[in-house]
Write a protein that binds this ligand. Structure first.
Ligand code: SF4
Ligand code: SF4
Length: 124
């Protein structure tokens, strides 16, 4: 049986050190959502990735994501794919110690449906 991890919106993953990579499409979508030009959005909310090959969301001085407001994501409806995919489509050893997503045994059909709803992706 596949296991689907149900996010509990604890926002722990928005506070971890690391980087949220952005595709060009995501920059466009986020800038539209913020009603800004892409240039202004990039200046205000992004930084270069560690490998300097792309853009990532900026962090606040305390290490939180720039879009974490209190206990919620300020761009929830257009949040980057990397955020949507965690923890079901990518994670790391021991992530369960920090992430509060609840593991559920689901049928293969339910798994596909839940992944589609959470991430927008089709999986086999
Ligand atoms: S964009 Fe939203 S979901 Fe993604 S890390 Fe930032 S606050 Fe969290
Ligand atoms: S994915 Fe995990 S760490 Fe992130 S908000 Fe959901 S439950 Fe919390």
């Amino acid at each position: 049986m596949p296991i689907f991890h149900e996010c509990q919106r604890c926002t722990a993953c928005c506070r971890w050190p690391g980087q949220v990579r952005l595709s060009e499409t995501e920059v466009t979508r986020l800038a539209e959502f913020k009603q800004m030009s892409e240039f202004d959005f990039i200046q205000q909310f992004t930084r270069l990735t560690g490998d300097r090959l792309g853009l990532a969301l900026m962090d606040k001085p305390n290490g939180e994501c720039i879009f974490l407001e209190g206990e919620a994501c300020a761009v929830q409806s257009v949040k980057p794919q990397q955020c949507r995919d965690f923890p079901n489509l990518w994670n790391f050893p021991g992530f369960e110690k920090i992430c509060h997503a609840l593991p559920r045994d689901v049928s293969p059909e339910e798994y596909r449906e839940k992944i589609k709803r959470a991430t927008g992706r089709d999986v086999n």
